[in-house]
Design a binder for this molecule. Sequence first.
Ligand code: KIV
Ligand code: NA
Length: 265
Amino acid sequence: TARVRIHHLQQAKERGERWAMLTAYDTYAAAVFEEAGIPVLLVGDSAGNVVLGHSSTVPVTVEDLLLLTRAVTRSTSRALVVADLPFGSYEASPEQAFGTAVRMMKEGGAQAVKLEGGARVAPQIRLLADNGVPVMAHVGFTPQSEHALGGFRVQGRGAGAEQLLADARAVQEAGAFAVVLEMVPAGLAAQVTKELAIPTIGIGAGVDCDAQVLVWPDMAGLTGGRVPRFVKRYADLRGELLRAAREYADEVRSGTFPGPEHSFE
Ligand code: KIV
Ligand code: NA
């Protein structure tokens, strides 16, 4: 089967077909999700939390994401791979954004990039889109701005609704091929989805978006502790891995592993 292209996502919206996006950071997850038919994989800077052990996405570097993007693009042939632009790698100017995006495509093998912000980053989106870089935008709660936004909170409530609508319109107008809506009231996300021609991808934005995205270790129950309200856990990989590691260690201690079938004469 051929690679998923941005026009396929546009056609899905026109046909009213919803689709799922997942993050991926390594070869196993990327290959499994592609086999499951997930059309779009995001090498998210959520890697800061779920791969690199940071407590936010702020410390993630371009080099960090290049390494993970290469792993994902080497392991897939059909999924559209989108690489996040990390905090500090695109905000200063459209030229800075272009330089980073080109690295994600040339060195990382990504087919598109994602950046956070609305009207504020419209000039960046415009330069990239005009020069061969498909751009996914990300509005609502934008984790790289966690400290400016005052923590993890729903965006676009009350007077914020007009701002969110304006940001969504601005990224479409600038040439984004899709937009992530994060932690936005469901009714507002539905309104944005209806108004925009490009697909909306929700995370904590209700069921009326054109697509949904989740961070895979959250979705698969690998993440320990509390997860946000918008996460649904479809597996308990943490529990399963814990069980496997304990059983292996027990069998080594008791001399049950390795057995004759794992040994050479
Ligand atoms: O980094 C990430 O995983 C993301 C998604 C949650 C949209 O930006
Ligand atoms: Na991200």
